[in-house]
Design a binder for this molecule. Structure first.
Ligand SMILES: *Cc1c(COP(=O)(O)O)cnc(C)c1O
Length: 383
């Protein structure tokens, strides 16, 4: 039943071997830059590649400031702290996301609230967000958004650009500003994706990226905050043990974090970023090929939202129903072509099952149907 899909994927990658979901491609200056760090002995918390990686990423995304971190989860943690999230408060996010989004909220002592996603973007729905706020929240005399039921503060909203497809940012920004919510974007999956011509992660107060091994580009492990100059300076301070500059004294003016990205990892990032445009072009071509191949099938290929350009990090299809989904997963994985279902909804996990939530019909509908297809940059196109 899925023989032609398996054959098609094998053609894209030109191999009869196992095909992973997303493997990194190292076809540029990776070895050279890594060797440079070793020769210089600056492999750790000090080194020129960290500054260069941050500057290159500022230039690439158009963000006023970029601050590198040890991983994307750490970037999210610090982003939420800088957005003012405090213990006992609430952060609205989508239940259809990777667990790191909710873990970062929990690290702040706050709790996630789950609101539905749109079927078109796979990300947080501005309509569902507004409906939940109107039913459950009020704005107090100080302009702070609070739960009607027990007065808890709703501090921030954390949408995620699923598989690289941008959420409806204009509409979300408008609801957030009306309700006094800080907007933080989890752009871990959307490096290279734009909304109305501007890079994702640069619309909210802060946006965060991830350079984990399975993302569009990798530093082994790594992440980044994108924000304004002032919050960027705060982020740098907080992620580097809150040490005040001094020629020799150790002065740490608050409890900080050791979240900085080692120079070794930043070197890999600089080499990867040089190839990003080529990766994106190859991924777009692959996505287009999938789209055409599946046109006449009963699998619906997920395309970039209107007025957006997606990085097509992970290609996705929507199956007819759960049985169809299971058959696809069994046939492809059994044939050595790796496919995966979308994440289980966060409100089903033990850590988050007591959290507040709105109607999640679209998230549940997608949870039963979405499958990711192999999405690595085909290596014959990489160089
Ligand atoms: C990858 C990812 C992160 C961050 O992951 P790290 O492995 O900590 O870099 C956060 N949110 C989402 C949605 C992700 O996909």
């Amino acid at each position: 039943m899925f023989d032609s899909l398996v054959r098609f994927v094998r053609e894209q990658y030109g191999t009869q071997d196992f095909i992973p979901l997303h493997a990194p491609v190292f076809a540029g200056n990776e070895q050279k830059y890594l060797a440079d760090t070793i020769v210089s002995t600056f492999v750790s918390s000090v080194g020129a590649f960290v500054d260069r990686f941050e500057h290159d990423m500022q230039a690439y995304t158009g963000s006023a400031r970029a601050v590198a971190t040890v991983n994307g989860t750490a970037a999210l943690h610090v982003a939420l702290l800088l957005a003012g999230v405090k213990p006992g408060e609430l952060v609205i996010t989508q239940s259809l996301t990777f667990v790191a989004t909710c873990n970062a909220i929990t690290y702040c002592g706050a709790q996630p609230v789950f609101v539905d996603v749109d079927r078109e973007t796979l990300g947080l729905s501005p309509v569902a967000l507004e409906a939940w706020l109107e039913q459950e929240a009020v704005i107090d005399a100080d302009g702070v958004c609070r739960l009607r039921s027990d007065g808890r503060v709703v501090r921030a909203c954390l949408p995620m650009h699923t598989f690289g497809h941008p959420v409806a940012l204009d509409e979300l920004m408008s609801v957030c500003s009306q309700w006094g919510l800080a907007l933080v974007e989890d752009a871990a999956e959307s490096l290279g994706s734009t909304y109305k011509g501007r890079h994702t992660g640069t619309f909210g107060l802060i946006g965060t990226l991830s350079f984990n091994g399975n993302k569009v580009i990798t530093t082994g492990g790594g992440g980044m905050l994108l924000t304004n100059a002032e919050l960027g300076a705060r982020a740098k301070h907080l992620t580097t043990t809150a040490k005040q500059p001094h020629p020799f004294e150790f002065v740490h003016d608050e409890v900080g974090f050791n979240y900085r990205l080692p120079n070794l990892n930043a070197a890999l990032g600089c080499a990867q970023l040089e190839q990003l445009d080529g990766f994106l072009a190859a991924k777009r071509e692959l996505a287009l090929n999938y789209q055409q191949e599946l046109l006449a099938s009963d699998l619906q290929f997920v395309v970039e939202p209107h007025e957006c350009r997606s990085n097509y990090w992970l290609n996705a299809v929507i199956c007819q129903d759960r049985g169809h989904r299971d058959a696809l997963l069994e046939a492809t994985n059994g044939a050595g072509v790796m496919t995966r279902p979308i994440w289980a909804l966060m409100n089903r996990l033990p850590a988050f099952k007591e959290c507040l939530k709105g109607d999640l019909s679209n998230a549940e509908w997608l949870e039963a149907r979405v499958v990711n297809l192999p999405s690595s940059v085909p290596s014959r196109q990489a160089s």
